[in-house]
Design a protein around this ligand. Structure first.
Ligand code: ATP
Length: 234
């Protein structure tokens, strides 16, 4: 579903990403770990075609994202750390607006409420202005938009940073549900605990290089932390 082939990005001669080879299949949750500046966001931004690769390619369903930007974007949903919503609109109105932007204009109110319910947003909040929402609640509207898009792949950039443990736990549950439905999920995170918990694979990046790929099912939390820290040294 998602594939990077020798994907590289340089800024002013410095490599933000070096020859990344990575594949995320349907029904997989791939967690990218790495220190600040490791190249995780760069990887996600390349898949979204927000930035152009210096060399190599990123494909979605076999299509190069730079050659078929509209078609590949239809298969992708993106949840950044800060979901951007219109504060003066309600959660439901934001969902309606962003679903329509993604080409889904036909949803009735019942269906929109259902997406919000599925994302875990409490019913009383659906019609309140987003300006009154907590970060976790805004994140849930972002998830509802992604669900409404019915995208085959989900790109997440530190989606649980700043969420309380219960909200992060609920979020992990949703990711597992989406995985069961066959969605391919690529998530950049600093949260080793969640990566171990939800990831079907974990990649460790440092200075633009994917240094290791691990199966979290074969490790306990302490092993993952130890291996991660080992890779943070030269
Ligand atoms: P974080 O955990 O802090 O989000 P990250 O792993 O997502 O880090 P990236 O944002 O991908 O890291 O950055 C990788 C490298 O690319 C960093 O050295 C960063 O300074 C550099 N970089 C990213 N965007 C630009 C830009 N627009 N211009 C110049 N350098 C950039």
């Amino acid at each position: 579903m998602l594939k990077a082939e020798k994907l590289s990005k340089n800024y002013n001669g410095a490599a933000a990403l070096s020859e990344l080879d990575l594949e995320v299949s349907s029904g997989e949750i791939y967690c990218l770990l790495g220190a600040n500046g490791a190249g995780k966001s760069t990887t996600i931004r390349l898949f979204l075609n927000f930035i152009q690769p210096s060399s190599g390619r990123a494909t979605v369903n076999g299509l190069d994202v730079t050659r078929a930007p509209l078609e590949t974007k239809r298969h992708l949903a993106y949840i950044p750390e800060q979901v951007m919503l219109y504060p003066h609109l309600s959660g439901l109105e934001n969902l309606e607006y962003f679903a329509a932007l993604a080409g889904h204009r036909a949803y009735g109110r019942g269906e929109l409420h259902e997406f919000l319910r599925w994302s875990g947003l409490q019913r009383e909040a659906h019609d309140l202005r987003v300006s009154t929402y907590s970060k976790g609640m805004r994140q849930k509207v972002g998830i509802a938009v992604a669900l409404a898009k019915r995208a085959g792949a989900l790109l997440l950039d530190e989606p649980t940073s700043g969420l309380d443990p219960q909200a992060a736990n609920e979020f992990a549950g949703l990711l597992r549900e989406l995985r069961q439905e066959g969605v391919a999920i690529l998530m950049a995170t600093h949260d080793l605990f969640r990566a171990k918990e939800v990831g079907s694979r974990v990649g460790i990046m440092r200075r633009g290089v994917l240094r290791a790929e691990l199966d979290p099912g074969e490790l306990d939390h302490a092993d993952l932390e130890r291996i991660y820290l080992e890779h943070m040294h030269d």
